[in-house]
Design a binder for this molecule. Sequence first.
Ligand SMILES: [Zn+2]
Length: 339
Amino acid sequence: MYPGKMNKTKSTRRNVIFSFDYELYLGAKSGSTDNCVLKPVSELIRILGRYKVRAVFFIDTTWLIKLKEISSRSKKAETDFYNVVSQIRELVKAGHYLFPHLHPHWLNACYLEDVNQWRLTDYSKYHFHSLNMEEREFLFSSSVAILNEIIVPIQPDYRPTGYRAGGWSIEPFSDFEPFFRKYGIINDFSKIENCTPYPFSGNLMKDNRGEFAEFPISKVKLPIINEYLNRLLLKYLWIMNDRGTGDGKGAPEGKYQSNKLQGNNETNMQQGEMAAIELLTRAKLHAYLKYLKSNPYMQFIAHPKMLSRHNLNVFQLWMNSAFHRFDIETDFMKMLNVG
Ligand SMILES: [Zn+2]
């Protein structure tokens, strides 16, 4: 129990989803499984456990399908696959939700045996929309199959009921809808907008009779002075070599990736940035806490591969303050209609 929790009233009730993309880098160099996934995720498991958070992990199943395939001829890949399976099972045992996350250009990934990493520079299948029906079916069926294979032995009633689209591109939803129906996926976590979770039907628009539910990722707006302080702080952290643990290279921004919601650019100053642990610095702590104070719901995301020591330290400050001041629900299943 956190200090002060006994005295909290209904007005201190908040709903916060913590969601994480369990994946490597998606460009010229994937980075290593150890540095991009295993190490930062075990750090997160520790922090989340301390606050009894029930988080959501989006597993890049397109990576796991390839990793499993190559395991039969590479000892190092076999070890990586074994370690990933063990860590996913640890996440399940800790009570977290695990759902598929697809980056379709893994279909054209090239394994670099000497460094036990991948090159993902063929972006022709980056968008789900560019795949033909057989490829779409293959990706969904094998994603669900590999999650079942890993999780069902320790959680027999496991169902992959949630989804986050790679690059957050869930539109047009008509591309996904048949697979959501076929595989029993009803919860989407791909949209970035400031509102509480809502039911939707085929067009992603709010619909109280809709059979799907959207759990949006929140956007935090920063005072301009904090934006400038943040830039200075990032320069300092860069010089001090306090960077993310991940050792890979992402897909180029702009052409394939939307960079408008990443930190540190002009658009953010007007619209706010996606609430993300890898963007959270000491200069933003107050704004991120203020967001929670003013809103009944928040979704915080993170890409473990991008987390620096500074990010994790400030995240713990945020958690200490948030759990001290508010009575926080973290189980997304209890959040529909919280607004
Ligand atoms: Zn991703």
